[in-house]
Design a binder for this molecule. Structure first.
Ligand code: HEM
Length: 266
């Protein structure tokens, strides 16, 4: 049977060049400037054919009954991006120095740097926002049955993202290196150590040795700002690819119209 070919999704009207007014030649500098954005997009598209992928990703059919709960995944992604941006600015001033430099650099960010306290606050509160959103998003996919065939793999990727989100919170908590973060992390690492089989290895890995030392802080910092965000960016990419490929699940109260029912109605 030949494969059914769906029509290409529409291009937004703004990206189509406007037709010239009758009688006008549209060659003045203002006309060229007005179309500059379109020409630039065309220039890139002619060389990369990227618009096909962009249209595939963005112009998708969504099921009947799609509601505000479907925005929780994108909200989580926005929280992640906000953490990434504010984290880059914090990294410009932060020093992972266990001999007092870390604590001092945070004090400097909060008291001296322009908008430092604001950016630090966004990062700190944003971490809680992201954890809350990721749980709400998971609850939405669970209660709507979105974990079922054929989306099991996306659920599994989601579980990895959830664990990484929690690991981000855990590793970030040590970085201010005040009394609270120091002792809380000792408790956390000890709890990790009680895990079966891998527990002791995991706590040794986190401490960078059998005892808490100067390199523990650098290790937490490297995990927090390089290892986990890199893994999360890749996994979010895979998660979104699968959402675009499989489409989203309709809410459970929406019943599909079967051909038999349609015939009965007619
Ligand atoms: C950093 C964390 C995460 C991000 C950025 C993220 C992002 C998204 C986005 C944007 C969507 C599509 C829109 C929507 O349905 O909300 C989605 C769908 C989905 N997510 Fe996540 N997600 C994350 C974590 C999780 C977790 C923890 C789970 C479950 C354990 C999960 C399971 C799913 C599933 C099964 C779908 C498909 C929903 C459907 O078919 O209706 N995600 N995700």
């Amino acid at each position: 049977m030949p494969k059914l070919k769906l029509p290409a999704p529409p291009i937004p009207a703004k990206l189509n060049p406007r037709p010239a007014r009758p009688g006008s030649t549209k060659t003045g500098p203002l006309d060229v400037a007005a179309e500059a954005g379109i020409s630039a997009v065309d220039w890139v598209d002619e060389r990369t054919s990227i618009s096909g992928a962009a249209r595939w990703m963005m112009f998708r059919k969504v099921p009947k009954g799609t509601n505000w709960f479907y925005t929780l995944g994108s909200s989580t992604m926005f929280a992640f991006l906000s953490q990434a941006v504010t984290g880059v600015f914090l990294a410009m001033y932060y020093r992972p120095d266990a001999a007092g430099g870390a604590y001092e650099s945070i004090r400097y960010i909060n008291n001296e740097v322009f908008l430092g306290e604001f950016v630090h606050g966004m990062h700190k509160w944003g971490s809680s926002v992201m954890v809350i959103l990721v749980f709400l998003h998971m609850a939405r996919t669970f209660f709507f049955g979105a974990y079922k065939y054929p989306r099991e793999l996306n659920w599994v990727i989601g579980v990895a993202l959830l664990i990484l989100t929690m690991a981000m919170s855990f590793t970030g908590y040590l970085l201010p290196f005040d009394q609270r973060s120091y002792w809380a992390t000792i408790v956390g690492v000890n709890i990790n150590g009680t895990g079966p089989l891998v527990g002791p290895y995991l706590s040794d890995f986190l401490r960078a040795g059998p005892e808490f030392g100067a390199t523990t802080l650098s290790r937490f910092y490297a995990i927090h700002m390089l290892l986990i965000p890199g893994a999360m960016a890749a996994l979010i990419g895979a998660h979104l690819y699968m959402v675009a490929k499989l489409g989203t699940t309709a809410p459970p109260w929406i019943k599909a119209d079967s051909p038999v029912k349609k015939e009965e109605k007619a």
